[in-house]
Design a protein around this ligand. Structure first.
Ligand code: FMN
Length: 310
């Protein structure tokens, strides 16, 4: 097996070169580079930082992660050191990373999104992702639930930073096609589809919710087929015609899951829960994708984006 990713896997996300199409998802690989302690990040095209807010946040009380049959539920609540501490204490290490770094931005209002995005651009990260779809804070989904509000935050950040790609991460519920259209028209260079699904687990004996916050976000294999369909529809109706790349994200555990998202229209593929199960999974998934490309007779995985036979 190859010791480094083959050229066949290299791709680009609106001008940002990725050595493989795999992207470590926000919140599942530490604040910045912790994954590199347990996994060879050369098998990833990019890692995404933990979502950063203007102030540091403790997040929700335990329990904030529980297993389910189809994956896991989390209600971390955007625990993060705050963007200024991130820029001071973490960001200087970004340059030494062996893959691109996407800065994930969260906030309570338009001004907070702008403030965090500007700080991350100043820190030299390769791309910025707006997390407008967090189910685990009181207003984390406000901008991701209404195309008009979404457009306002995307437009404000687009006007304030020059970094490309500006990626917008959408929720899986609601109307992803309408939200995607609003984001693209407001200046998004790429879309991440999707965040976790709002979900709940109840302990029948105590009759209490398993998560301290009551509900949380479902990730992992249970959401995968739903995300494949969302990627397919958004690619067909919005992103494909506008030439806006998609990061397909949800329940990818192996190369087959990743290949499905590519065929549905994803230029890059996010990996989240899989990293928590097996931090070495990017290598396994990338090698499987490479062998699949060889069997498909293509010189670049980019030839297979959106290539589902419908
Ligand atoms: C423990 C945990 C923490 C997460 N934190 C964030 C976060 O800070 N920002 C964000 O945009 N998404 C966050 N997510 C969502 C993931 O980035 C991803 O959208 C989701 O897990 C679906 O992908 P998966 O099924 O591959 O895990 C988190 C997910 C998990 C499991």
């Amino acid at each position: 097996m190859a010791a480094a990713p083959s050229e066949r896997l290299s791709t680009a996300l609106a001008g940002c070169s990725l050595q493989t199409p795999l992207v470590a998802a926000a919140g599942t690989c530490g604040v910045l580079d912790e994954l590199a302690e347990v996994s060879d990040v050369r098998w990833l095209g990019a890692v995404t930082t933990k979502s950063l807010t203007p102030e540091s946040r403790e997040g929700n009380a335990p329990w904030r992660v529980v297993e389910t049959k189809g994956g896991m539920l989390n209600a971390i609540g955007l625990a993060n050191p705050g963007v200024d501490a991130f820029v001071r204490e973490h960001a200087p290490r970004a340059r030494a990373m062996r893959c691109a770094v996407i800065g994930s931005v969260a906030g309570h209002g338009v001004e907070e999104f702008v403030r965090v995005a500007v700080a991350l651009e100043g820190a030299g990260l390769h791309a910025i992702e707006l997390n407008v779809s967090c189910p685990n804070t009181s207003d984390g989904r406000m901008f991701g639930s209404d195309p008009v509000l979404l457009a306002s935050v995307v437009r404000a950040v687009r006007a304030a930073v020059r970094v490309r790609p500006l990626i917008v991460k959408l929720p899986p519920d609601g109307d992803p096609v309408a939200l995607a259209r609003a984001a693209v028209e407001a200046g998004a260079d790429a879309l991440t589809l999707c965040n976790t699904f709002p979900a709940m687990q109840i302990d029948p004996e105590s009759r209490r919710p398993a998560l301290s916050r009551g509900s949380g976000g479902l990730s992992g294999p249970g959401i995968h087929p739903i995300v494949v369909r969302i990627v397919r529809e958004v690619h067909r109706q919005v992103a494909g015609p506008a030439a806006v790349p998609i990061i397909g994200l949800g329940g990818v555990l192996d190369w087959r899951d990743a290949a499905e998202l590519v065929l549905a229209g994803a230029t890059a593929v996010g990996v989240g829960t899989a990293l928590l199960v097996d931090p070495g999974s990017p290598r396994r998934i990338a090698q499987g994708l490479d062998a699949w490309c060889a069997r498909q007779g293509v010189r670049s995985i980019q030839e297979l984006v959106g290539a589902v036979q419908a």
